[in-house]
Design a protein around this ligand. Structure first.
Ligand code: NAD
Length: 444
């Protein structure tokens, strides 16, 4: 069985390398020739722990190759995974489906052998049924093209492990005999995972599409829930971490995703909840997920509150103040700055007059491409040198491990805002710092 992966970004490059690791011959396809050249040389154009090794291993043996040619892909693949982007459509909340439509149309038209198209991108409910019709319309005479929906749940930073050993797999299939045949093909592709006990949920297209969107909406809601509570503890007193620990011990709630802080971001959660709202409105059931507007508002308020707290710590104005921003990526172990709270807060501080020095172990280049006017430095020491306030916004291991003693000789003023609740408040306060954290009232 030979596999192609259409779109070789975070999802696609990981999936392609993982499929090679499972023993398949794999062809990755992307419209970006620069990306294809880099991947072909075994060089990963983004940061993802463990993936460079896997990529080099399999490009080295020739089992994993990359191309820009759909013609080559159509002649090669038995299964074509679709992992192209579904960003927010400009000027709208809805998902931009043009990349997925282009990929499905192109591969259906190029396929010269019977094949299965397996959609992995995150799409609005109703897309798969439409894409299946599109594929059938463009398929060559005598070539069977079946479509399944197989959403992806990987987390950046853990992408390799999540792809090779996911918590569960979901497969949406057509409600005809073609659907059952395509299911059998996908069961073969995932035989190793299924053999090691990974659950597979086989369902209809709509459920499969919605499982992914619902999971992200739930995670975003959980984060905004604890952040909403943190607005209360900041005012009334109380400790948001202890509160999260306590409610998280209830198995029905669970502790994960209950970390109060600057909120969620990245290339998935924000655009996926917006797309769900847009799709629900299109379906005439917008009211059903109206609460997601509040989830997003709470998230935005965290960013505004962070800027306000920094301003307050600086005595009411940030103009001309040296601010060290630790982190630009939306999460640690990633260089992804899409909709990153850290970068947004850095840019907001800069826009109201602060002198902002940003340091991120991996994301400086991506951040500089987005906000070139911020000052990017290569080390924690360089960022905090002369700082009047240090603002921790992405919880990289290096930042979690820093100590008040290490920073004290470098900064101009001993002030720190812990935007992720990862430092020990007593440790910093005892060392004479003005330590603040989101969700904890300032020590009087
Ligand atoms: P990405 O922007 O990193 O990658 C998309 C790639 O598709 C790019 O390399 C682009 O050049 C390529 N592309 C665009 N049009 C193409 C075409 N017609 N043919 C071939 N290649 C094409 O995006 P991503 O983060 O990998 O996300 C891809 C999809 O996966 C999205 O729907 C996203 O919501 C979903 N997803 C992402 C993650 C994640 O953590 N990044 C996790 C689960 C699901």
């Amino acid at each position: 069985m030979r596999i192609t992966v259409l779109g070789t970004g975070y999802l696609g490059a990981t999936h392609a390398a993982a499929m090679a690791e499972l023993g398949f011959e794999v062809l990755g396809v992307d419209v970006d020739p620069v990306k294809v050249d880099a991947l072909s040389r075994g060089e990963l154009p983004f940061h993802e722990p463990g993936l460079p090794e896997l990529l080099r291993k399999h490009t080295g043996t020739g089992r994993l190759r990359f191309t820009t040619s759909y013609e080559q892909a159509g002649a090669f693949g038995d299964v074509h995974f679709v992992g192209v982007g579904t960003p927010q459509r400009p000027g709208s909340q809805a998902a931009d489906m043009s990349y997925v439509e282009a990929a499905v149309t192109a591969i259906a038209a190029a396929a010269t052998r019977d094949c299965v198209i397996a959609g992995k991108s995150t799409v609005p409910v109703g897309s798969a049924r439409r894409l299946a019709a599109l594929a059938a319309e463009h398929a060559r005479d005598g070539v069977s093209v079946e479509l399944v929906w197989n959403p992806e749940f990987l987390r950046e930073g853990f992408a390799v492990a999540d792809t090779l050993s996911p918590d569960r797999m979901v497969l949406g299939i057509a409600d005809d005999t073609g659907g059952a045949a395509a299911e059998a093909v996908l069961r073969q592709v995932y035989a190793r995972q299924l053999g090691s006990g990974v659950p597979l949920i086989v369902t209809d297209y709509e459920t499969a599409e919605l499982v992914k969107v619902a999971a992200n909406a739930f995670l975003a809601t959980k984060i905004s829930f604890i952040n909403a509570l943190s607005e209360i503890t900041e005012t009334a007193g109380g400790d948001i971490r202890t509160l999260a620990d306590a409610i998280g011990m209830d198995e029905r709630i669970g502790r994960k995703f209950l970390n109060a802080g600057v909120g969620f971001g990245g290339g998935c959660l924000p655009k996926d909840i917006r797309a769900l709202r847009a799709r629900a409105a299109e379906l005439g059931v917008g009211e059903s997920v109206r609460f997601l507007a509040e989830v997003e508002d709470i998230n935005t308020r965290r960013r505004e509150h962070t800027v306000a707290t920094v301003t307050e710590m600086l005595g009411g104005s940030v103009v001309g103040a040296q601010v060290a921003v630790l982190g630009a990526a939306f999460k640690p172990d990633s260089d992804d700055v899409r909709d990153s709270p850290a970068l947004d807060i850095a840019a907001r501080l800069h826009s109201i007059g602060a002198e902002v020095a940003v340091v991120d172990p991996q994301a400086n280049a991506n951040a500089a491409a987005r906000y070139p006017r911020l000052d990017y430095v290569e080390s924690l020491e360089a960022a905090v040198a002369g700082a009047e306030v240090v603002v921790l916004l992405t919880e990289w291991a290096r930042f979690k491990a820093m100590t008040p003693e290490e920073l004290a000789p470098l900064v101009a003023e001993r002030r720190i805002l812990d935007g992720r609740n990862v430092l020990d408040p007593a440790r910093w306060t005892d060392a004479g710092w003005d330590y603040r954290a989101l969700g904890r009232r300032a020590t009087p």
